[in-house]
Write a protein that binds this ligand. Sequence first.
Ligand SMILES: Cc1cc2nc3c(=O)[nH]c(=O)nc-3n(C[C@H](O)[C@H](O)[C@H](O)COP(=O)(O)OP(=O)(O)OC[C@H]3O[C@@H](n4cnc5c(N)ncnc54)[C@H](O)[C@@H]3O)c2cc1C
Ligand SMILES: NC(=O)C1=CN([C@@H]2O[C@H](COP(=O)(O)OP(=O)(O)OC[C@H]3O[C@@H](n4cnc5c(N)ncnc54)[C@H](OP(=O)(O)O)[C@@H]3O)[C@@H](O)[C@H]2O)C=CC1
Ligand SMILES: O=C(O)C(=O)Cc1c[nH]c2ccccc12
Length: 466
Amino acid sequence: MQDQAAADAGNNSPSRQEDSSAAGGCCLVRGPIIVGAGPSGLAVAATLSQHAVPFTVLERSDGIADLWTNRTYDRLRLHLPKVFCELPHVGFPDDFPAYPTKHDFLRYLRNYAERFAVSPLFGRTVTAARYDAAAALWRVTAADGDRAATTEYASPWLVVASGENAEVVVPKVKGRERFAGEVLHSSAYRSGERFKGMRVLVVGCGNSGMEMCLDLCEHGAMPFMSVRSGVHVLPREMFGTSTFGVAMKLLKWLPIKLVDRFLLLVAKMVLGDTEKHGLRRPKLGPLEIKNVTGKSPVLDVGAWSLIKSGNIKIAPEVESFTGGNGVRFVDGNEMDFDAVIFATGYKSNVPSWLKVRGQVVVLNQTPKRHPDCSRKKKNDTLIHVPIADTRVWQHTQDGELFTEDGKAKAQQATSSWRGPNGLYCVGFSGRGLLGAGADALNAAADIAGRWQAMAAAAAGAKISSV
Ligand SMILES: Cc1cc2nc3c(=O)[nH]c(=O)nc-3n(C[C@H](O)[C@H](O)[C@H](O)COP(=O)(O)OP(=O)(O)OC[C@H]3O[C@@H](n4cnc5c(N)ncnc54)[C@H](O)[C@@H]3O)c2cc1C
Ligand SMILES: NC(=O)C1=CN([C@@H]2O[C@H](COP(=O)(O)OP(=O)(O)OC[C@H]3O[C@@H](n4cnc5c(N)ncnc54)[C@H](OP(=O)(O)O)[C@@H]3O)[C@@H](O)[C@H]2O)C=CC1
Ligand SMILES: O=C(O)C(=O)Cc1c[nH]c2ccccc12
């Protein structure tokens, strides 16, 4: 039944009304334009299919889920239990392990896309999107693959699903060009195999940095992890069950601060004092800091014991590259490394292409180090609200739009997944796959309501003209 609905929706075969006004032509597509064919874009598309609404997905790479396919390391597994990572409408197969591998997850995503007949237009990088108020349409410009040509797509609805992790973050470090060894970002790291016997500096102690150090150790390399500020390390499991799952249950009954205190107590019992080994804990608790700043706690899959045993060495923040293989740290010490891996995270690319009323916007994106993140307001409280139902960055109020520096308000909106003039954003609430699924259901239902209203109005007009 649902497959039929998908087929009926005729997605991604946009019934084009081409005109020659744009260099590469203009397509007025049927239904919304979805930017990105990752889990978020697929989840919206699938849900629209179920509502029999057609859509067009524009994806810059040559396949679905580019992050998971091309920008993650071999040993990656989902670090939340599977129930928190399933997309709407289809659960993971029973034979999936408790923490599916990236290959399991990709298999699931490919089946998902097939089941709902989602066929994105690949090789389409969205470079600009603006709302044309006169035509009441979003005009979306996409560069076509390697060709210099661009195509403009137009629709009353635009779904931004390009991900919080669309672009790598690599800090500019003095003397970088003089470093004789290899420098790479964690998104280009696959396995520690080729680093055997090498001294490798991993910059950053998020989930990527920690797991890369573990992998390097297991492949006979000598990893050093450069730590700039604090991090919360939690055991992935406590009392034989997932820490995240326990936290979700407790949040139904307890305020977030109490749940954080409980998590920290158990973490101390299970892991010991992380500060003693160079991993200072931030002031805010692990769930609260995730909600307020977007910084994810590390769910430990084995790196911690190697830090305790000294197999992974903690180093201070990097100050500069000193020439040859040298790296200087902020404490003045210098060491030689064969390679440096920047596990320094990612950012969205939305501000580079989405314009609302001529302003660059960051739509409901988890603020990383937003200047206001320490500001305390009454509305900040997440007390008694399960994390799965909360919105990140509460004190900004639902759905406000921000300039790139996160300060100026652009416009009020009504919810975290809905912006003005038929703009939707899916997967920007800093709540991983669970949040993406919830956004997708909301956005698709809203669009479907409008699509059906338009169809009814068009049918009414037809009858009255007969
Ligand atoms: C290493 C790693 C592990 C993770 N593990 C987990 C986990 O275990 N559980 C969890 O809940 N979350 C996890 N996450 C968070 C992750 O962001 C989500 O799992 C998920 O990938 C988000 O889906 P998305 O579709 O919103 O974004 P993405 O997966 O990033 O997909 C966005 C898509 O949009 C495309 N795109 C981007 N810009 C453009 C453009 N301008 N034009 C056209 N297309 C564009 C990209 O190519 C990509 O295919 C992890 C993240 C990383 C980096
Ligand atoms: N399923 C899984 O197992 C995995 C999940 N993930 C998820 O992917 C997302 C991205 O994770 P990750 O790639 O680790 O990135 P994160 O953003 O979580 O971590 C980045 C790290 O780099 C440091 N850093 C950033 N900029 C600099 C700088 N200029 N100088 C020094 N240090 C810097 C940060 O330190 P500071 O705090 O000081 O800014 C932080 O320690 C997260 O949501 C994470 O949970 C990632 C890997 C595995
Ligand atoms: O991997 C991530 O960072 C995610 O976004 C998943 C996630 C959502 N909420 C969390 C709280 C604690 C740890 C991970 C997550």
